[in-house]
Design a protein around this ligand. Sequence first.
Ligand SMILES: Nc1ncnc2c1ncn2[C@@H]1O[C@H](COP(=O)(O)OP(=O)(O)OP(=O)(O)O)[C@@H](O)[C@H]1O
Ligand SMILES: [Mg+2]
Length: 292
Amino acid sequence: MSKTISILHDKGGVAKTTTSINLGTALWLMGKKVLMIDADKQCNLTMILDRTAISEHPDGTLYEWMRREQDTPPIYTRYEGLDFIPSCRQMAGLENELVNKKARERILSRLLDSVDVTGEKVRDEYDFIIIDCGPGCDTMVNTNALLASDGIIVPMFPESLSLHGVPTIRQAVKEINEELDGNVEIIGYLLTRYNSTKRLHKDIMHECQNIDIMGGPLLPIKIRECVRCAESVANEMSLFEYESTSTAADDYMRLAEYLCGVTKRNKKFTPEVWGKKANDAHEQLINERNEQ
Ligand SMILES: Nc1ncnc2c1ncn2[C@@H]1O[C@H](COP(=O)(O)OP(=O)(O)OP(=O)(O)O)[C@@H](O)[C@H]1O
Ligand SMILES: [Mg+2]
């Protein structure tokens, strides 16, 4: 069964895009069919996956899909089994353009449930759909993302400012479920850029374990602080193509395994093995782009 997960936080710059690209790629490396959706007007995920999709977008973007509610989803393929829907700068104006639309909070949900040429719902063609949200909980695009999702993952840096956004996130989820008849759960809070030698990080981790404050669980996996996160993105790759043996790559793989219910990693599934799969696919992609 397909699972749709929004990566959401009220705050900007807390590793939403880093989590989207690396979790999506990790799930794909595990053999899952994955669709990543860039729902942020900053287009950061699109820039990593294929920056030409922003300016050329021959098959459209999320903006046009939601605005026109066309039949054909603007799905691009990064690697076989790892697809994405790009964002574009016009996303910034989508909010105003949707004002007169009927049930405008549910456009994305309707589109993912629509049947495409294969006779299947778009949603059902994937094991996982990962939506990279822009900052904020109350934008129309993020309300659409929440209503289209089964759950959210909330990445957080271990700083007290990240905790300030928690009541807003809880309120947004409550409103979606109680007032808009949604069915979204907080899958969990994900501590990222974590450094176990820092006292503050440990203190914040303990605070995050208080479910009364958080309204959802702290995920048992923490993403360690890792300079490769920024470097890989600068090179338009996930951690898995860039440095599959990095600590954060291992953490994101453990997160993917957690979501798939895998409790013990197969001994043959090593960073070298998944790094090879990622590198081979990336090399093929670059060759294809060079030929065009
Ligand atoms: N585990 C990590 N270790 C070190 N740096 C990290 C880690 N995760 C993310 N970062 C860095 O934090 C910064 C913000 O990350 P990212 O762009 O993913 O945040 P975001 O929440 O998507 O931001 P925005 O709200 O602008 O979309 C980036 O420079 C990224 O490289
Ligand atoms: Mg982002």
